[in-house]
Ligand binder design. Structure first.
Ligand code: MTE
Ligand code: MO
Length: 304
């Protein structure tokens, strides 16, 4: 069991993933002169955070897409409780210097002090603001040593039909797969999240570790990751494989390019009430300054 003690005595948003803090403290051991100072370590807010008010924990944990647990937005909350997330490891392979099966604790230990609160908006036709706890994906990629030949990063979710009823049904060629170009993966906005609202990641949100790519539509942010592969070919992704005319590899938030079946110009704010007007969606979800250069010279209507 993870130790949740600190969350009871500290403001929720202030604290890091307790297990990794405690593991980190143990690893630092007696040599760490300022041990008591650890108690004051607070996750700093990322400079990229939006100032928009976060959605309630209730909205964030009751309105989810996690098709391994069903097709309805209320299914993940009902069924994800069955998922066991401890022990957990990620197999990292392909074009890396140090491939292997990495236990989650090993992954988290060195990044503990780099963890931040990232208050990001998740956008599809709807929008939510979620205060994630996470760290930059590039910190992990740097540790395993990305080889110069690598051009893409592929991700896979756990395949465990005994615990995931959606995987026993058809519809998707499991496991859920996603991918990023290497430069997108290395962007400081791309994070691996291990919690939200100062708590460990709720299972319906992708426990124990999931991707968050805030300038892309929600489906790119793959949950419950067990495999990361560096490759030189664009990896197959779940939604593009399913509906290539509707979903592309890039999936950048773009109000100028409609989904074939609906406009993507506006979003409905979850939690704002039924009669709140839809609001305009921002290109790259407002992160144009940070990411537009990644796509210079590319036709975003073709590379949707
Ligand atoms: N493994 C997996 N990851 C997934 C999904 C999924 O069905 N399976 N759904 C995606 C979609 S469509 C969205 S909109 C977001 C939703 O994340 P949230 O429930 O934490 O808001 O997760 C994405 N990651
Ligand atoms: Mo989605």
């Amino acid at each position: 069991m993870r130790n949740l003690l600190w969350s009871q005595v500290t403001p929720k948003e202030m604290f890091l993933n307790r297990r990794s803090v405690i593991a980190g403290a143990a690893a630092l051991g007696a040599g760490f002169a300022g041990a008591p100072a650890l108690a004051k370590i607070a996750a700093k807010q990322s400079a990229f955070s939006t100032s928009a008010k976060p959605n309630s924990l209730e909205d964030i944990t009751n309105y989810n897409n996690f098709y391994e647990f069903g097709w309805d937005k209320s299914d993940p909350r009902k069924h994800a409780g069955k998922l066991s997330v401890d022990p957990w490891s990620i197999e990292i392979g392909g074009m890396v210097d140090r491939p292997g099966s990495y236990p989650l604790d090993d992954i988290l230990k060195p990044v503990t002090l780099e963890e931040r609160i990232y208050r990001f908006r998740c956008v599809e036709a709807w929008a939510m603001v979620i205060p994630w706890i996470g760290f930059e994906l590039r910190a992990l990629l740097d540790r395993v040593g990305v080889q110069p030949s690598a051009k893409y990063v592929a991700f896979e979710t756990l395949y465990r039909p005994e615990e995931m009823p959606g995987q026993r049904a058809g519809g998707i060629d499991w496991p859920y797969r996603e991918g990023l170009r290497l430069d997108e993966a290395m962007n400081p906005l791309t994070i691996l999240a291990t919690g939200l609202y100062g708590e460990e990641m709720p299972k319906q949100n992708g426990a124990p570790i999931r991707l968050v790519v805030p300038w892309k539509y929600g489906f790119k942010s793959i949950k419950s990751i067990v495999k990361i592969t560096l490759t030189d070919k664009e990896p197959a992704t779940t939604w593009k494989s399913l509906q290539p005319r509707e979903y592309g590899f890039y999936a950048n938030v773009n109000p100028e390019v409609d989904h074939p079946r609906w406009s993507q110009a506006t979003e409905r704010k979850i939690g704002a009430g039924l009669f709140a007007p839809r609001e305009p969606t921002l290109k790259f979800n407002g992160y144009e300054e940070q990411v537009a250069a990644l796509y210079s010279g590319m036709d975003l209507a073709k590379n949707y």
